[in-house]
Design a protein around this ligand. Structure first.
Ligand code: PHE
Length: 380
């Protein structure tokens, strides 16, 4: 029995030992689980700090930073596996922390990469070859309408006309009523325009004649102005007409201004603009704000009056409307027609630019196609 007793004892000892061991292990394991997740949390915290504080210098260190946090074998990957050991209620928080670390690393790397690029660029810039020829500057060119307009304005400036520029958004009075075109006047139909939605009183000016009213109500004669600018009309857009175009207005008011003065002034203009042999022709016409009124033609400078497409084989091209300022317009603007008289004229720019540069479609002037505009680089 002795040996068996011994055996039993041994067995018992072993058994208790095993039991204790198991208990201890279990306890240790039970301890270990929260302990492991705490580690993972701590590790993430440390990594976050590391990302925050990292200051890699130079391309190599930046690459190391990338490999450590964003490479295929980055340090965040194994931590992701740790999520198994994190208690359920903390899994969400743990996942978020890992994501935050990843985002911060990405953000930081992006900044570092850009800094690197900038540094590389400025290093390259430091090696500029000052003897190399420069890049040619794209200078652009004047618009054909601007070229024509400037030419017209400078011709009148030479004989003492002063530029007056005014608003394109006008009121009814300056555009129509003051210019002797009261409401319901049939002449308004010829110049239909765009009105503001909330006020029929405010409109886009239909002609630069509105500047006449602006100047006459704010200046005392003698008045000698030239008013270039954009005007608008409710027209169907085609090769020949547009809803926007440019005009130049002229106005001369003084004591004793006559029709002969107007004719001579316009004759001077025609010769300066179209050459010394240019002839002019005044045809009687009607404008509500001038009396008498005329339309002026110049002898065709394209075919020398022999007959061509531009003058439609008549030898003449119409370029402007003109006349003696109607006494009623002077009265409307507070100028005494018994003391003062004057003449006015208005001309479209696009038509003249088209004739000068043989442009066949007015729409080209408003499309801003640089292939078209570049052709005027040499025309000043
Ligand atoms: N305003 C007129 C128009 O647009 C032109 C014009 C101006 C006529 C001045 C006579 C005097 O058609």
């Amino acid at each position: 029995m002795y040996p068996s007793l011994h055996f039993m004892k041994l067995y018992k000892i072993c058994y208790t030992f095993a039991q204790r061991l198991e208990k201890g292990l279990l306890a240790a394991l039970a301890d270990k689980i929260p302990c492991m997740s705490l580690d993972a949390f701590q590790q993430i915290q440390h990594l976050l700090e590391e990302i925050e504080q990292a200051q890699p210098q130079g391309a190599e260190e930046v690459e190391q930073f990338r490999l450590r946090f964003l490479g295929t074998k980055n340090i965040l990957k194994p931590l992701m596996g740790e999520i198994r050991n994190v208690p359920n209620e903390q899994k969400r928080e743990f996942g978020q922390l890992i994501n935050t670390a990843k985002e911060r690393a990405e953000l930081k790397y992006e900044v570092l990469r850009r800094d690197q690029e900038a540094a590389a660029e400025s290093a390259q810039a430091a090696h500029i070859d000052l003897t190399a020829p420069g890049e040619p500057l794209d200078l652009g060119s004047r618009h054909p309408v601007a070229i024509t307009l400037n030419r017209i304005v400078s011709i009148f400036e030479r004989i003492g006309f002063v530029v007056a520029e005014e608003r394109e958004i006008e009121d009814d009075w300056h555009n129509f009523t003051a210019m002797n075109t009261p409401e319901d006047h049939p002449a308004r139909d010829m110049q239909d325009t765009y009105y503001m939605r909330n006020s029929a009183e405010i409109l886009l000016r239909t002609h630069t004649s509105s500047v006449q009213a602006r100047v006459m109500t704010s200046q005392k004669p003698p008045i000698r102005i030239i008013a270039p600018g954009r005007v608008y009309r409710n027209e169907t857009i085609s090769a020949r007409s547009h809803c926007q175009f440019h005009q130049v207005e002229g106005l001369y008011i003084d004591k004793g201004v006559s029709f002969a003065d107007m004719k001579q002034t316009l004759y001077y203009f025609a010769r300066e603009m179209y050459g010394p042999d240019t002839r002019i022709r005044l045809r009687p016409s009607f404008f509500p704000f001038t009396e008498p009124s005329a339309e002026m033609d110049v002898s065709c400078f394209i075919c020398n009056s022999k007959g061509c497409n531009v003058c439609k084989y008549s030898g003449w091209v119409e370029i402007l409307g003109c006349g003696m300022v109607d006494p009623q317009v002077l009265l409307n603007c507070g100028i005494d027609p018994e003391v003062y008289s004057g003449f006015a004229f208005g001309m479209g720019i696009e038509r003249q630019a088209m004739m000068l540069y043989t442009i066949t479609d007015i729409r080209l002037l408003f499309e801003n196609d640089t292939r078209f505009l570049k052709q005027f680089g040499a025309a000043l």
